[in-house]
Design a binder for this molecule. Structure first.
Ligand code: TYM
Length: 328
């Protein structure tokens, strides 16, 4: 069975962008692939975090994975810092990356430009992400469009490692959803919907109450044309809402355009809001049952144990290939 690996950072609250770009793909893939999903807390600390808040967010994210439909009988769910091999393999990947290639990462450039004090972890984040993926001999990595450059670097690092040392790492493929690879802010559809956006009106959190979600969608920025048509360049707001409805209802954009023929933006937005709240209501209900349950801890303990066994196998091969420690 082919392997899938993906991760989400436990920072802020998960957005509808994360859901459509990542979680939704995860749940669709778990029947066909051996899936490993991670709460990447080591990545979260590349930016300053409040420790109590971080602890809470880690559990909350774990509950959201499950509420979104990850089945722990089929997929492995674990917390990155509970499997030591990630930090170890991350260091090895850093030692085969160059500062130049890491400085070219657009996410590093964006985040470092916005902050006066930048941790070195922010620069070496992509080799850690490569380690996450490569430790599991991953075939496919389902992510949103913003992670493309990091996955390309992961492929380069894996090829470099195999060539330089020994052929031990699988070269992973990226998988991006057809609809919703980049969900945009509802207030500024030129910008990605992001957890860190200060304008919360543009961001739908999976845990926003349903009335708030409806309000946010109804006040989404559109245009003055009054025609519901998919045209991301000239009608980014309308196109973003169409993408959201298409992704959540598994409908084609073409069919949605037909559905809205002759209707105005008021009806359109009401219908998109209905699709989103219908989709999120059962997820929120399940989340509330899970977030403080013992069941959640059991699932995470079992996940860490399974992940550790898999990761250590590759780590040992990597150490032998690089000549670290003694041959065992
Ligand atoms: P993170 O936590 O920023 O985002 C988690 C996932 O959500 C996707 N995403 C979006 N998709 C569509 N529209 C959006 N507006 C949107 N915003 C976010 C992201 O593409 C991602 O798939 N570096 C990663 C975490 C990571 C990882 C990994 C991922 C660490 N190690 C190994 C895959 C494999 C990140 O910061 O994602």
């Amino acid at each position: 069975m082919k392997k899938i690996f993906s991760g989400v950072q436990p920072t802020g609250t998960v957005t509808l962008g994360n859901y459509i770009g990542a979680f939704k793909q995860f749940t669709e893939l778990q029947d066909e692939y051996e899936c490993i999903f991670c709460i990447v807390d080591l990545h979260a600390i590349t930016m300053p975090q409040d420790r109590l808040e971080l602890r809470k967010t880690i559990k909350s994210l774990a509950a959201l994975y499950l509420a979104a439909g990850i089945d722990p009988e089929k997929a492995t769910l674990f917390i990155q810092s509970e499997v030591q091999a990630h930090a170890q393999a991350g260091w090895m990947m850093q030692c085969i990356s160059t500062i130049g290639e890491l400085e070219r990462m657009t996410q590093y450039k964006d985040k470092s430009a916005k902050n006066t004090s930048v941790s070195s972890g922010l620069l070496t984040y992509p080799p850690l992400m490569a380690a996450d993926i490569l430790l599991y001999q991953t075939d496919v990595v389902p992510v949103g469009d913003d992670q493309k450059q990091h996955i390309e670097l992961t492929r380069d690092l894996a090829e470099r490692f195999n060539k330089k040392f020994n052929d031990v790492l699988t070269i992973p493929e990226i998988r991006i959803p057809k609809n919703g690879a980049r969900i945009m802010s509802l207030q500024d559809p030129a910008k990605k919907m992001s957890k860190s956006d200060t304008n919360k009106k543009g961001v739908i959190s999976l845990l926003d109450d349903l009335k708030t979600i409806e309000k946010k969608i109804k006040s989404a920025v559109t245009d003055s044309e009054g025609i519901v048509k998919f045209d991301p360049e000239n009608k980014p707001g309308v196109s973003n809402l169409l993408t959201i409805e298409a992704a959540l209802t598994n409908t084609s954009i073409k069919d949605l355009e037909k559905k809205y023929e002759g209707l105005g933006y008021g009806d359109f937005k009401a219908s998109v809001a209905q699709a989103v709240t219908d989709h999120l209501a059962p997820i929120q209900e399940r989340y509330n049952e899970l977030v403080n349950s013992e069941e959640l801890d059991v699932i995470l303990d079992q996940g860490a144990e399974k992940a550790e066994a898999l990761a250590n196998k590759t780590l040992k091969k990597m150490q032998n290939a690089m000549g670290l420690g003694r041959k065992r």
